[in-house]
Design a protein around this ligand. Structure first.
Ligand code: NAP
Length: 307
């Protein structure tokens, strides 16, 4: 069976593309390797998505996105996209659950947390080292945790972690935060949060569980140990594009390069959301991308494939 469009990834960009494509009458399949929702589903409260003046939980918003797309006839399959043949006609998507064919493809496979790459990180991953405060924060009730990073994620999640932890130390490699002022003001006003600036984590140590981090002041060179029960790492993201290597143009950091219509380097292939090279990665921009990519895919079929 041949689909009009196959969407790879079920975060806000993919689900919006799915909604638009299915509503537009395209035979549409979305492939997702886990629960739809992407990184947004791991966010406690989304405060800057219009229409929710009190904020909305990430999981609730993503469930609504999915329900909305399903209502218009989007088919969703749980499978891992392993490789693609995007130059073939129809295009081939090889997944853990078989091969699927489509006239157009929308890549919306998002991004995943970037590891810090320090000794101890892999060993304690999931048992004291976490990349998701919503998933693991409750394990640290009345405990002390450190948060590494200085962007929106680090500061937003540090604040969230104070719901559980008795003490949160933000460790950032510079003395200025990259995060927006709203988050900066909140962490500075939160009595449970303290800061170690101009500081990098060099190692995560412990016997059977995380007990401390070894940190270095990048200005003075001083090295010391900071006792902690957990390490939450928010040092940016890396795109999920390994399966695209050699198929379409990626930038030097692995993000998909797109034009204004969100077309990629191969005709009939579009990209939307965090996976593509862009400046602002938010649910609202992912939604916009999903809509544009869907309309571009529809137009491609109408103009290029039906003659
Ligand atoms: P980010 O904006 O790329 O920030 C990464 C932070 O980690 C930076 O402070 C960076 O330091 C630091 N860092 C990077 N590599 C490091 C390393 N090896 N060691 C130590 N520190 C390191 O990533 P993010 O905060 O995950 O955000 C990702 C995207 O999602 C952004 O576009 C962000 O705006 C968006 N986001 C939005 C919201 C929201 O609107 N509510 C919430 C979360 C995320 P430097 O500052 O020195 O580079």
């Amino acid at each position: 069976m041949e689909y009009d469009v196959i969407i790879i990834g079920g975060g806000p960009a993919g689900l919006t593309a799915g909604l638009y494509c299915a509503r537009g009458g395209m035979k549409s399949l979305l492939i997702e390797m886990g629960m739809p929702g992407g990184q947004a589903a791991n966010t406690d409260l989304i405060e800057n998505y219009p229409g929710f003046p009190q904020g909305v939980s990430g999981i609730e918003l993503m469930q609504k996105f999915m329900e909305h797309a399903l209502n218009f006839g989007l088919e969703i399959k749980m499978a891992v996209a392993q490789s693609l043949d995007l130059k073939a006609n129809p295009k081939k998507i090889i997944t853990s659950e078989g091969t699927f064919l489509a006239k157009t493809v929308i890549i919306a496979s998002g991004a995943v947390p970037r590891p810090l790459n320090v000794p101890g990180e892999e060993r304690f991953r999931g048992v004291g080292v976490s990349y998701c405060a919503v998933c693991d924060g409750a394990f640290f009730r009345d405990k002390k945790v450190v948060v590494v990073g200085g962007g929106d994620s680090a500061l937003e999640e540090a604040n969230y972690l104070t719901k559980f932890a008795k003490e949160v130390v933000i460790i950032h490699r510079r003395d200025a935060f990259r995060a927006i002022n709203v988050y900066q003001n909140r962490v500075k006003a939160n009595p449970k949060i303290s800061f170690l600036l101009d500081t990098v984590v060099e190692e995560i140590k412990g016997e059977s569980k995380v007990e401390k981090v070894v940190v270095k002041n990048v200005k003075s060179g001083e090295i010391k140990e900071v006792a902690t029960d957990g390490v939450f790492i928010f040092v940016g993201t890396v795109p999920n594009t390994d399966y695209l290597q050699g198929q379409i143009t990626l930038d030097d950091r692995g993000y998909v390069v797109t034009n204004a219509e969100l077309g990629c380097s191969i005709p009939g292939v579009f990209a939307a959301g965090d996976v593509r090279q862009k400046t602002l990665r938010q649910v609202s921009t992912a939604v916009g991308d999903g809509a544009v990519a869907a309309m571009s895919a529809e137009r491609y079929i109408a103009e290029k494939l039906t003659t």
